[in-house]
Design a protein around this ligand. Structure first.
Ligand code: DGJ
Length: 718
């Protein structure tokens, strides 16, 4: 259990607050004006005595105030802005006290209490630092005791200041089938904003992640880089503001767009968590730290197992019946995967879900396609010896549904304007507790009637359109925030009742994958784009922030010109699944897939829980290479891809990372396919032994000039 150490006391007694991990230091100090300032953020200081050199904190007009309020003397974007009950729009926070408690051997929480001397506004700043993972997460709580409600119109999760001659920001834009497209720009004086206003399918145009290179562009293996993300399954905003002194202010939070929030006396407004890591060895190290943190603390069943699966979406779309599904379950068995996953199209009777125009909301099995309902499918899967998973999209409704007919007031929809439909559907009003009950009931009913269901794929294909909640009435400004809170209430209930139920989060591809949602999901769907070439780029992007065990990747028929081996080898680096017509595979292709699945299962502990290295970037070369290395450095998997090499281009060896230089390793190619062998005599297609030193300094000649070819090397300590 945790032991609490109270460091706080009167402001005069406590001038310095130290938040640190093994490698990072964040210092706050109280200035002579009684206010709190960030005095240092950077590499961990070795000498305790050096931390006090920053006192007294800069108390000039534009000092680095920890959580600046609006209407004060600062010229820049505030963290907090409140219109008080009397209409006054200023807030100035003074330091009251702070306390630090050890949460476990690794994690420490510091809470800093701030208060306005004029208005009864209290703010608690929370910082949890994870020593081993080098990750800090922080959030704020805002509360007041004014006589009437106040209005919050800025409510950042935190404020961070960086001081460097140059700042380079990498953001990740995208759209359907183009998720996580990176672009980098230098930040100059003024503001750069990354935000979304899409509500549910919030990350459709931009994902909630950023990288900040200090001094130079973020690079994989060197340089100071800050990786940041926000745990909020809705509208987020990151503001980056370089001030006249060249200091960069980073403001992460909920996007306050159309969301001035009315806060009642005594009510606590808790912001989402801002999660960040500062690396001095480039993005690669930062990613591995985030992966460790996610597996240890955030991702549902972060350290647990994952199911390989066969999904039916790409091979059937809405067109299936019992016989076809039972056949697919046999295929799952033949492939050797753990589970069959039934996708969209299984429900709706009055309005059958035969396409995406009808049925959403009516979660009863369609009697034409599935006369014996879900129980028969669960039983059929059991007979085949595979598990059964099922798709739902419980936040949404088609106007052509019985649910809409019965409860038109449960839907987010304008009362007095023409309705705008995205994928022919509307979003249910999760601000309404009755709707929350209903959405929870979708899973609960399926589970009560079919306890054999082993997995859910939770989809979300529409942004919030027609912004109007019938439930909130004149408080429409709370819709975006109350919706997300309603969603969390539902997900929390699901997690409490079904703690061991694996679930995949999907949003018309990869438009939802923030770290708060992933508390409730074991994995997410990266993209509907499963062309293996495109996937190399998309997976490269997501893997910078999320562990590969959380990234669902399926072998499909997108880009059928590529070999089944190439498609499988690309999916193998993540959480492996298939979504193909197994009957169309040639015997040698099927044999290859079976062997790949068997290898994947044999090596899954390494793939799921090892360290991930991005070795050769597809963005910088015509090839790609990545590796998983076990924590004890005894085992590794090296994945090598030729994407679109040019004629007779020079090929460079692939250098490993993360091995023990003093150990010897056996290197052997797995997932071999006839005709794919390397021509170079130096390449280790059969078992050979190398030192870790050689593998990391010299590397292996594994690239070829054959387009879309791949190799996977198993590396084992001798
Ligand atoms: C969008 C998802 O990304 C797909 O995988 C599939 O589940 C469809 N929705 C079903 O409508």
């Amino acid at each position: 259990m945790c032991c609490a150490v109270l460091l706080g006391g009167a402001a005069s007694a406590q001038r310095l607050i130290r938040i640190s991990t093994s490698e990072t230091e964040l210092l706050f100090s109280v200035a002579s004006n009684g206010r709190l300032y960030q005095s240092y953020f950077g590499r961990r200081l070795l000498n305790e005595a050096d931390t006090t050199r920053f006192l007294p904190a800069p108390a000039h007009n534009n000092g680095q105030e920890a959580y600046p309020g609006s209407g004060g003397e600062s010229y820049y974007e505030p963290a907090l802005a409140i219109t008080h009950a009397d209409g006054n729009m200023t807030t100035v926070l003074s330091f009251v006290s702070s306390e630090t408690k050890q949460l476990n051997a690794d994690a420490k929480e510091t809470i800093i209490h701030l208060r306005d001397k004029v208005y009864p506004i209290d703010v608690n700043l929370h910082y949890v630092s994870y020593e081993a993972e080098n990750v800090i997460k922080c959030w704020s709580e805002i509360r007041h005791e004014e006589k009437k409600p106040v209005t919050l119109w800025r409510y950042a999760s935190a404020m961070l200041y960086l001081h460097s001659p140059h700042y380079f920001l990498t953001e990740f834009s995208g759209e359907w089938a183009k998720e996580m497209t990176p672009s980098t720009q230098q930040l100059q004086f003024g503001k750069k904003v990354i935000d979304t206003k899409l509500g549910t399918r919030a990350g459709m145009e931009v994902s909630p992640f950023f990288e900040l290179g200090l001094d130079s562009k973020p690079a994989e293996n060197q340089g100071d880089v800050l990786l940041g993300t926000i745990g909020w399954t809705g509208n987020f905003r990151f503001t980056f503001e370089v001030d006249a002194q060249g200091i960069l202010r980073v403001l992460p939070g909920i996007n306050p767009y159309a969301s001035a929030y009315e806060l009642k006396p005594g009510e606590v407004f808790t912001t989402p968590e801002f999660i960040f890591t500062l690396s001095h060895e480039g993005i690669g190290k930062a990613s591995r730290d985030l992966h460790d943190w996610a597996r240890n603390y955030q991702l549902k069943d972060g350290l647990g197992d994952r199911f390989t699966l066969l999904n039916n979406w790409e091979s059937t779309y809405f067109n299936f019946d019992e016989a076809k599904l039972e056949h697919l379950m046999k295929d799952a068995k033949t492939l050797g995967v753990d589970m069959f996953l039934l996708d969209d199209g299984w429900f709706g009777n009055k309005y059958p879900r035969d396409n995406d125009h009808a049925g959403l909301g009516d979660w009863e099995a369609n009697r034409n396609k599935l006369p014996h309902g879900i129980p028969r499918l669960v039983q059929a899967a059991r007979t085949e010896g595979v598990k059964f998973g099922i798709w739902i999209e419980p936040e949404m409704v088609n106007p052509r549904s019985e649910l809409f007919e019965k409860h038109p007031d449960w839907v987010i929809k304008q009362p007095n304007r023409e309705t705008y439909y995205f994928r022919n559907q509307l979003v249910l009003d999760l601000c309404n507790p009755k709707v929350q009950d209903y959405v929870f009931g979708v899973i609960d009913k399926l589970m009560s009637e079919n306890p054999g269901i082993a997995y859910f794929k939770w989809d979300c294909n529409s942004p919030i359109t027609n912004i109007y909640s019938p439930y909130l009435k004149e408080k429409q400004n709370q819709l975006y925030i109350d919706y997300v809170r309603g969603l969390y209430k539902v997900l929390q209930r699901v997690k409490e009742k079904y703690p061991n139920l694996p679930m995949m989060l999907c949003s018309g591809g990869g438009a939802r994958c923030d770290y708060e949602a992933l508390k409730y999901f074991t994995e997410f769907w990266c993209s509907d784009n499963t062309d293996p070439v495109e996937r190399l780029y998309i997976q490269w992007g997501f893997s910078q922030f999320l562990p590969t065990k959380a990234m669902a990747a399926h072998v499909t028929s997108w880009n059928p010109h590529t070999s089944i081996k190439f498609r499988t080898d690309v999916a193998m680096m993540c959480k492996l699944g298939f979504d193909i017509n197994v009957d169309e595979l040639k015997p040698e292709e099927l044999a290859y897939c079976q062997e790949a699945v068997a290898n994947y299962k044999r090596l899954k502990d390494l793939i799921f829980n090892g360290d991930f290295y991005r070795l050769v970037s597809p963005f910088e070369t015509n090839h790609a290479a990545v590796a998983h290395v076990s924590k004890d450095k005894k085992k590794a998997l090296l994945y090598v891809y030729d994407i679109h090499p040019r004629y007779a281009e020079p090929l460079f060896p692939v250098k490993m990372q993360g091995l023990d230089a003093r150990k010897n390793y056996k290197v052997e190619e797995i997932n071999r396919m006839p005709g794919n062998d390397l021509r170079s005599s130096k390449a280790p297609t059969s078992l050979q032994v190398y030192s870790g030193d050689y593998l990391m300094k010299v590397g292996l000649p594994l690239f070829t000039t054959r387009p879309t070819s791949s190799r996977i090397m198993e590396i084992t300590e001798e």
